[in-house]
Write a protein that binds this ligand. Structure first.
Ligand SMILES: [Zn+2]
Length: 217
């Protein structure tokens, strides 16, 4: 079973990916992880990626393409895979399809974690963390007992710099602009499954699980 998971920042993509991998023993294909590994191991493609990163530029699609081909050509991939955080754009989706076709594979399911922006904004801008013990709070959903103080160690809670409304709105509009065409592209082959990601974690996973059970048959 070959899957993609798609979701906006804060939709719970990381958590759901972990739960899917745990139960279905798929290979996790994360372009971010693969890039870091290629750079660390100094592979030809890693060295190329490093050049762009050193200049503070985005690693271009051609380099990512090579990394994906390399990964999908390995034997363990026969067990099935889960792509997480890729493809992000229509061009990447078209390219991935071409790679898979070449390898005699296809995408069986695209899990789209659906959630309104207003909810994501609360999830992310409401997040506070404790610099002392690492505990995470949310002022809307899981507030500390005393405003601004950690329940466990009494330290002053902080907000991550990226968790502010302005930078989130940029990330969300970027996400919608790029991802909507990707979803529409996969809709054409009937593989997209929309999951209500506003529900409790267990319920979101139960819905995904039901979809995957169906795909396994
Ligand atoms: Zn604390």
């Amino acid at each position: 079973m070959n899957l993609l998971i798609i979701g906006a920042p804060g939709a719970g993509k990381g958590t759901m990916s972990e739960m899917i991998l745990d139960k279905y023993h798929l290979i996790h294909v994360s372009t971010g992880d693969m890039l870091r590994a290629a750079v660390k191991n100094g592979t030809p493609v890693g060295l190329k990626a490093q050049e762009y990163m050193n200049r503070g530029e985005l690693v271009p699609d051609e380099v990512i393409h090579d990394i994906i081909v390399e990964r999908l050509s390995q034997d363990d991939i026969e067990a099935g895979f889960l792509f997480d955080g890729y493809p992000r754009t229509l061009n990447q989706a078209i390219d991935l399809d071409a790679i898979l076709k070449e390898l005699g594979k296809k995408i069986d399911g695209v899990i789209n974690l659906n959630i309104e922006d207003a909810e994501l904004i609360k999830r992310i801008t409401g997040r506070r963390l404790c610099p002392g013990c690492g505990e995470i709070y949310n002022i809307y959903f899981m507030p500390p007992k005393v405003e601004g103080k950690c329940d466990k160690c009494d330290a002053e809670l902080i907000q991550r710099k990226d968790d502010n409304l302005e930078s989130l709105e940029v990330r969300l509009s970027e996400y919608h602009k790029n991802t909507q065409p990707v979803i529409e592209y996969y809709e054409k082959t009937g593989v997209v499954r929309h999951i209500d990601a506003k529900q409790a974690i267990e319920k979101v996973f139960a819905d995904i699980d039901a979809v995957l059970e169906g795909l396994c048959k």
